[in-house]
Write a protein that binds this ligand. Structure first.
Ligand code: VGL
Ligand code: ZN
Length: 206
């Protein structure tokens, strides 16, 4: 059984388009992954979409930390945390999936980042691996053996989702043409892809 995991293809992670404002944390080229996602849905037995879903006071938001700026690093939940603009706040338009993503092809939605005290880049666990989102159980219950990962952002949520999938024993591939990244530091995306490859993730095209 093959699953497609679509990571965080949400309004806040994508640039402006006709009828759509620029997302709060827009990843360059982020809208370009949607056609690939829609096409690959039909080639998988199970399609799961992760959704970054933060409370308004989430600790990853620079706005919650006095005298800190976007891109600064603080400790959150005991871990280094990059600070982001407010994004994907629960029940806001920014947190919704992009309108052109084919919702009818998505079987399950897994929300993450709901605990204000810790971030959750992976679709499987929070960054401290304290709580599971339920994605692993969902995949196992459906008899999934192979997981293809794509979406946003290559160097954060895609990376940690793919690394966890491989670590959990799924035969994991990265659909590299279906990913776009932040590159806060030049080369972050390339390094993320290399880290996935080294962890046994197969790097596939589209
Ligand atoms: C993400 C930064 C903050 C992601 C989520 O989806 O990669 N990045 N929250
Ligand atoms: Zn987030």
């Amino acid at each position: 059984m093959k699953a497609l995991v679509l990571v965080d293809i949400q309004n806040d992670f994508t640039p402006a388009a006709p009828g759509k404002p620029e997302g709060a944390l827009a990843v360059p080229g982020g809208l370009e992954v949607i056609d690939i996602a829609n096409r690959l849905m039909g080639e998988h037995d199970l399609v799961v979409a992760t959704q970054d879903w933060h409370p308004a006071d989430h600790g990853s938001f620079a706005s919650r930390h006095a005298a800190k700026r976007i891109g600064d690093v603080v400790k959150l939940g005991g871990f280094d945390q990059v600070l982001w603009p407010d994004h994907c706040v629960q029940n806001t338009a920014g947190a919704e999936f992009c309108a052109s993503l084919d919702r009818s092809g998505i079987h399950q939605i897994v929300r993450k980042g709901t605990d204000p005290g810790i971030d959750s880049y992976s679709g499987f666990f929070d960054n401290g691996r304290r709580k599971a989102t339920g994605l692993a159980d969902l995949l196992r219950d459906r008899g999934v053996t192979d997981v293809a990962v794509m979406g946003l952002a290559t160097d954060y949520c895609v990376k940690f989702t793919a690394l966890d999938a491989a670590d959990l024993g799924f035969t994991t591939s990265l659909i590299v043409e279906g990913c776009r990244g932040v590159d806060l530091q030049p080369g972050d995306c390339d390094r993320a892809i290399e880290a996935m490859r080294e962890a046994g993730v197969r790097i596939a095209a589209g």
